[in-house]
Design a protein around this ligand. Sequence first.
Ligand SMILES: [Fe+2]
Length: 363
Amino acid sequence: MRTEIPVLDLSDLAENAPPEAVQRAADALLEAFGTYGLVFIKNHGVDRGDVEGVYDAFVDVLERPTEEKASWGGPDIWYQRGWTPPNTEQAVVAGGQPDFKECFFAVGSELDPRCKRFWPELYADNVWPDQADTFKDSTVALSQQVHGIGLRLLRGCAVALGLEEDAFTSLVEGGASLSRVLKYLELSDDQLGTGILWGEEHTDFNLLTLLPGGCFYMNGKRVATPPEGQVGLELRTRPSAAEPNGRVVPGRPPEGCIVAQVGQQFEVLTGGRFLATPHVIHAPASIGWTRTSFAHFVHLHGMVPVAPLAPFASADPEYAPPVLAGTYGIKTLIDIGLAPTSELDRLGYRHYGRLADIRAREE
Ligand SMILES: [Fe+2]
């Protein structure tokens, strides 16, 4: 087995790419997403200066008073737009340990208005701070650019798996794909050495996650050299007979590459051919460090069943029963502490009371 995460040349997925390039991309994607759940991408066209521009604007916006930040989104829309305060979200296996981060969510594309009626929180309108045009414009532009890369990857994955080229992209249009700008917070002195993490191990619940690369800061100043030691993204490979727990490998990309990783929806659609990547974010072993990061989450359209596609139907029992992607979102947001558990009571038929009222009037 290879021991290195493949690097995909995005130009191999260009329209009119020669057959040998298409084959090279397919080999890289099958190995990367099949074994690691993650691929490094070069020649992606994302300008590092643009990414840092988003972070600069984001860090500025985070300086605003907490009361103002709390007015951007909030619990009514399950924090799906605007600001998420520190210590709000928690990974399913975190054992009650919230993540040390504050984030901002926004969508960069048109959402299906019908989905908005069914899942108003997941399909909420963007919420922007006042007088933050640079933050808004740079975030939306990066979101759209990275989404385009995601679509190219999805077409490449479909071809690699022997499916129609639009097998995945046709399931995404109008869905609530969204971007998150995030700041991992500084640890206090007494948290050092306690095994505390910036992000507990988890798998993403969407289809595909794209990470154009983060920045480290020491005492608030951006620094080019990351802290020493085991810091940042680490992932777990597919379990095998030889390695039943998988193998933990660093996820830091080669210089200039960006990262894409497999989410739960992709695992289900491919019947496990691609495996959702368990990943963890390690915090530095010294104080003073913070980190910004940008993640774009490509989601299925809310009305798409999260079930293996026909060629992978032999995996149905493992992923039964199917639910619509929008409803899958509700369940996950409950699991990670962002939506109230009472939402589960709203699933299914809600009009039994009508007949009860009629019968009551007849008595
Ligand atoms: Fe994640």
